[in-house]
Ligand binder design. Structure first.
Ligand SMILES: [Zn+2]
Length: 306
């Protein structure tokens, strides 16, 4: 089932340009009725990308998409980075931005997966809670760390209002049909002084643009899929500017936003570079140059309530 959605899910604008069809991966075909009608569109008002009409998945399909295999093992060098370096750096930044209070910092990690951030928060003595739509990962992480992980989606999780100092969402918003739902959740559960830390791919990154051009030149059969999206998982592609518009609609403001990434992406992609051959190797200059030009792969943003 799919809804026709003529307006941008980020800014509400109605100037959408069709860019082409996303590649139908086997898992997407098997769980998404109406996949053939879907297009990747770009909003002329805010520059965000989205899949339209947006897919609709039932609970069984979601569990299939985000099961045990979703967080597949990665090479040890990247695994260490995932578990410690990125979370520690990001939690340091949050700690510096929070006002000094006597009470223990409380953090909600939305889409906590295997719990890397929850573990680092615990190591700081913070009170941590997870939300994770995958039942497998919610149970696995709760048992491993001894913390509460709500097995729920952004749209369905029920948490008390004004109950957290920090909402952390790394690589979550691009998976949502309605990205504003994540910001709405954060606005509701954050205390007055609270902060949302958001990490998402930069749809305006040089590597994304390169892939998009490759798609247009070679056709979807050869270039793979329309970047910057990789459905069925990535449904929305944000840019720094479109994130600001989305924040405003949700009653949040961007306190700090920056574009990072490039070199780390090379480490992460090392395993598929060997399989992808020349096509993927051609991405290396765009990854390195993108970071140097401020058009890297990833947006890291800190948001506060208006
Ligand atoms: Zn828009």
């Amino acid at each position: 089932m799919a809804d026709e959605s003529p307006s941008c899910c980020v800014c509400g604008g109605d100037h959408l340009t069709r860019l082409g069809r996303p590649r139908a991966t086997p898992v997407a075909r098997s769980v998404t009725p109406g996949w053939e009608q879907m297009q990747v569109v770009r909003c002329g008002s805010c520059g965000a990308y989205a899949v339209s009409p947006a897919p609709r998945w039932d609970e069984a399909a979601l569990q299939r998409l985000y099961g045990e295999e979703y967080f597949a093992p990665v090479p040890p060098i990247w695994q260490r980075q995932r578990e410690r370096l990125d979370p520690d750096r990001r939690l340091d930044e949050i700690a510096r931005a929070l006002p000094a209070t006597a009470s223990r910092t409380s953090l909600l990690d939305v889409g906590c997966g295997p719990g890397y951030v929850l573990a680092r928060g615990l190591a700081r003595g913070w009170a941590v809670t997870g939300v994770e739509p995958s039942r497998y990962w919610a149970e696995h992480t709760a048992a491993r760390l001894g913390v509460t992980v709500h097995a729920a989606s952004v749209e369905t999780c029920e948490l008390p209002a004004a109950s957290f100092d920090v909402v952390f969402a790394d690589s979550v918003i691009e998976h949502l049909v309605a990205p504003i739902a994540l910001l709405g959740l954060a606005r509701r559960v954050l205390r007055e002084h609270g902060l949302l830390y958001l990490v998402t791919p930069n749809a305006d990154g040089l590597a994304s643009r390169f892939r998009h051009l490759a798609y247009r030149a070679l056709g979807s059969g050869r270039a793979g899929f329309v970047e910057p999206l990789s459905p069925p998982y990535h449904l929305v592609g944000l840019t720094p500017g479109s994130l600001e518009k989305l924040a405003g609609r949700a009653g949040l403001r961007v306190v700090r936003s920056r574009v990072v990434g490039g070199r780390e992406e090379l480490l992460k992609q090392g395993r598929w570079l060997s399989a992808g051959g020349l096509k993927d190797a051609a991405l290396i200059p765009s990854l390195l140059l993108g970071e140097a030009l401020g058009r890297g792969t990833t947006i890291e943003a800190l948001l506060a309530r208006e």
